[in-house]
Ligand binder design. Structure first.
Ligand SMILES: [Zn+2]
Length: 269
């Protein structure tokens, strides 16, 4: 058996014995998009993959989790126009999710978990979760290594102090994400190029702001040419290591609830 429980490492002759209706498939969803001047294009992909691999190493045997190959190119159209960014339009991405769901539904597996590292995918993936439930009867789940501040996340024991400088709007290439990369792939990080770029003027709003009750359509370029939305200065591997550990622990807890999740618990033995 694959040490990492990677589905694509299996042979067709192994599949029926390895994968059962109790198995859970885990699809890391990344992005290849600009991440400011200091982080690589594959930041979200690396983080989603690293978290998926770590949680499957930790609890994959116990919970019968199986790693799918990651989806690298996704809905990054808020970064359209930046050379190096490769983005799928929403219709294309939804079609891909539909095709992946159909393929998963052709196996005995009934639970598909999307582990998403790119905040720009979240809304679409929530819609996809329902479509796959309706079209293929799958039980679908959407998880994040950490929830972006504009989706209700952002607080953490280790990130709080510095994240205060982000005013709750460190949503792209900011302190937490940069720290994670300093931990996971320091060779790809250029801290000498990391600069604060926070839309301070939105912080006075009670409603219309990142993390507020009123959302708004935005493009990275709406916040200037920097590409960063947040404050990566001061990011470091020590914080990144703590954030990563926390993320993996929380994901492990979430997967254990996904394992026992049922719409009709009384009908279960
Ligand atoms: Zn990112």
């Amino acid at each position: 058996m694959s040490p990492l429980r990677r589905i694509s490492d299996l042979r067709a002759s192994d599949f029926d014995t390895a994968v059962t209706e109790d198995s859970i498939f885990v699809l890391p969803v990344g992005a290849v998009e600009q991440h400011g001047p200091h982080l690589p294009f594959n930041t979200d992909l690396l983080i989603a993959q690293a978290c998926a691999e770590a949680v499957i190493s930790a609890v994959g045997d116990e919970l019968d989790l199986w790693l799918m190959e990651p989806l690298a190119y996704t809905k990054s159209n808020e970064h359209a126009g930046t050379p190096g960014t490769v983005w799928l339009g929403p219709e294309t991405m939804m079609r891909i999710m539909e095709d992946i769901g159909r393929s998963v539904a052709a196996t005995p597996v009934r639970k598909l978990a999307l582990l998403n590292g790119h905040g720009g995918n979240s809304s679409l993936l929530n819609v996809a979760c329902r479509e796959l439930r309706l079209n293929h009867g799958l039980e679908t789940f959407l998880l994040h290594p950490s929830l972006p501040p504009d989706q209700g996340g952002g607080d953490s024991d280790t990130g709080d102090k510095h994240a205060a400088g982000e005013l709750g709007m460190g949503i792209h290439a900011g302190f937490a994400e940069t720290s994670l990369m300093c931990h996971l792939r320091p060779d790809l990080v250029r801290m000498d190029l990391a600069k604060r770029n926070v839309p301070d003027h939105l912080a006075d709003n009670d409603h219309v702001r990142f993390g507020g009750a009123v959302t708004f359509g935005w493009l990275a370029a709406d916040f200037g040419p920097s590409g960063t939305i947040g404050d990566p200065t001061g990011a470091n591997a020590e914080v990144g290591s703590q954030l990563f550990k926390q993320a993996v622990e929380q994901l492990a807890e979430a997967f254990s609830e996904i394992k026992t999740f049922s719409f009709n618990p009384t009908t279960k033995p």
